[in-house]
Each structure stands twice: as C-alpha cells, then as structure tokens.
Design a protein around this ligand. Structure first.
Ligand code: KG4
Ligand code: ZN
Length: 355
C-alpha cells in the first residue's frame, strides 16, 4: 500500500511517500531562514511559504520515489493542531488531490503522528508503551495501547518544552529555533568543562545556577515550563549586560538540566507506575542530545525508542505512516473533515482518555 503524507502544521513543509510502512522518500522544506530573522514563526509568512512549496515538493517526492500520483492508495494530511493558515494549505491541497485522483483522504492529528512515529524505524516496538511527545507546541505523556486507544496521562499546563527552549534562547539573544542552539552550546561547554574552561571552581565567586522544576509531586504527570522561563529571564536581568559567553553557557546548561530532568523523571515514573517496559520519545525536542542520553541511560530497565533526528522534527513520513495504519484498520477519513488549530477537536475515531 502506497501512502502520500503531507505535513504543513507550522513552518516546515513535509511531503513523504511510504510503501507498506517503509519510507520511499521523505522531503522537508524548512522556513527557518525566514522566521529566524524575526526571532520566531510569523504565521502569515508561514502559510504563504507553504503555498509556494507544497506543489513542487510533491512533484519532487513522486519523481524521487519513481511513482505517479495516481499510484498512491491514499493521501494523509495533518488536519491539526498547529497554525491554522499553514494547516489549511496542506489540507486543501490534499483534498484537491484526493478528489481529483479519487483516492481516500485521511486526516491525521499531528500529535498522534509524532506519538506513533517511533514505529517507522523500530519494528520491535509494540503496544503498550509510554509515549512522550515533546515539541514546540506540545508536551504530552500518554499510555499508548493501540493505534486507536491512547490514554493521556499528563500535558503541559502552560508552555511546551520546545517553547521554553525557544523563549529562553530568545532572551539570551541566541536566535530561533532555540532548542538546537542551546543543545549545541551545552554540548560545547560540557566538552570545554573537561578542560576546565567552564569549571566553576576555577572562577572566583562563580556560583552554580539552578532553575526551578515545577509540578514534581509524585503521581502528577502534568508539566509546567513558564516558571522556568520567568526565572531565567529574571536571572538574565540581574546580570551585567551584555551577557558574557560564560554566563550564557551556564544559563543554557541550567535551563537544559531543568527541562530534560523533568521530562525524564515524569516519563520514567509513569512507566514504573503502569509497569510498562517500553518508552518511546518523539517530537522536535526528542532531537536533544542530553534528553536522548538521559533516556538511554535507562535501557537496562526499559526498552527505549527514540527516532533519528529527522523523524523527531516535523516530517511527512510520520503523517503517511499513521495514515497507512488507519487505512489498514479500515478507518478512512472523508473529504469533509475540518482543520483545527488546537487540541479540542481530536478526531473521534481515536479514544483519547483524559487522566
Ligand atoms: O516537532 P517540531 O519540529 O514542531 C512542532 O510540532 O512544534 O518541534 C520543534 C521544536 C522547537 O521548539 C525546537 O526548538 C525544538 O523542537 N528542538 C529542540 C532540538 N531540536 C529542535 N529542542 C531541544 N534540543 C534540540 N536539539
Ligand atoms: Zn511537531
């Protein structure tokens, strides 16, 4: 079965073609160069750029996969959540194709596409598993029982983890997107620390920074990152301007420690509570090297599944893959499916149980 997957929920245009669950082609066109000028995603630009790119990228994907569009068995597309202008570009494009080619139209939820994306690379993954989706718009912890039975155990009550990364990086003057920038500063600093460049003991009066972690009571699987963001901004204001490289590194290290440790601790605690031995981590923040290492350090106790970086950040393959699974289960969407900007319209076909 050949599926075309289209992802346009934010500032990336993703087009993928998969055959029986295997990727034939997975193309992503990023708009980062434009949005980084403004320090964040400008929704109006995002949707206009989606419109420019989606047609040519789909033609290119078909060419690379060596197929004609009418050979696909279904067209899967992200119908939400995300930036509604961007989503509408992908949805209407997919609807047009589905109608013209008379193929099934499968509307896919973006968060669920992330949630199931580890299957694309890890055939040994099976249900049930604890799934952490951690991205620029989402931080959610699920017990995943099947492609159509997912229990939401916790989610952020304010900022998403990736949003915290992006806002902290913005406050530090590092640019957008913040996650990869902070990740690489921390990596570099920690390597230098080995040669004592950032070794706190070597710098007189230099204190270790520690930022707060929220909602850490046992059994609470919700997240909150806005307090961390505020604490970082307050700390920055107390420093001499401009910030030295040393201070930036220390803030980056302390922020990343706070974010990653909360994500890991809650996920591990939930897996232990539910006696579930498999953990899968997905979404853009799952590209973070420290988060990956921290989760992998539990591999004696759990099977840990984290996709390669290209499949962590937004892509069409995860959309095509979930579309394929739904189509195999006989769950067709229909061309009247609506797009949605937020979480409140999760497609009814998947039972999402709140805690
Ligand atoms: O999944 P994604 O591509 O888009 C959304 O659905 O939001 O995630 C984007 C987010 C951004 O906030 C970005 O800063 C973050 O993922 N991100 C990272 C890393 N790479 C991307 N965060 C931490 N470390 C990284 N290496
Ligand atoms: Zn995403």
């Amino acid at each position: 079965m050949i599926l075309l997957g289209i992802e346009t929920s934010c500032d990336e245009t993703g087009v993928a073609i998969i055959k029986d669950g295997d990727i034939l082609v997975d193309l992503v066109s990023s708009q980062i160069d434009i949005h980084s000028i403004y320090g964040g995603v400008v929704p109006e630009f995002a949707s206009r750029l989606q419109l420019e790119v989606i047609g040519p990228l789909t033609s290119k994907a078909c060419m690379i996969a060596g197929i004609k569009l009418n050979q696909v068995d279904g067209i899967a597309v992200t119908i939400g959540p995300g930036l509604i202008g961007s989503i509408l570009v992908g949805v209407n494009f997919a609807k047009g194709l589905a109608y013209a080619l008379d193929k099934p139209f499968i509307g896919v939820d973006h968060v669920q596409a992330h949630l199931f994306s580890p299957f694309i690379e890890f055939r040994s993954l099976s249900f049930p598993y604890i799934g952490l989706v951690v991205s620029g718009g989402h931080t959610e912890l699920y017990t995943v029982n099947s492609f159509t039975d997912v229990v939401l155990n916790g989610k952020t009550i304010d900022d998403a983890a990736g949003e915290a990364y992006d806002k902290i990086a913005g406050a530090l003057g590092l640019g957008y997107p913040g996650g990869p920038l902070i990740d690489s500063i921390v990596k570099k600093s920690k390597n230098m620390t080995k040669d004592s460049a950032i070794n706190e003991k070597n710098i007189k009066g230099d204190k270790h920074i520690k930022f707060p972690k929220a909602l850490m009571k046992k059994g609470n699987y919700n997240f909150s990152f806005s307090g961390l963001k505020t604490a970082v901004i307050r700390y920055i204001k107390e420093q001499q301007s401009p910030l030295t490289e040393h201070i930036i590194s220390k803030i980056a290290i302390a922020s990343q420690d706070a974010i990653t440790s909360v994500l890991v601790e809650k996920t591990i605690a939930l897996a232990r509570e539910k006696h579930i031995k498999r953990i899968a981590v997905s979404g853009g923040v799952a590209a973070n090297s420290q988060l990956r290492n921290m989760f992998m350090s539990y591999k004696d106790e759990f099977e840990v599944y984290i996709p390669s970086i290209k499949l962590c950040t937004d892509n069409g393959a995860m959309v095509a893959f979930l579309g394929y699974q739904l189509l195999k289960l006989g769950i067709n969407g229909n061309i009247d499916m609506d797009a949605y900007a937020n979480n409140t319209h999760i497609p009814e076909r998947t039972r999402i149980t709140a805690p």
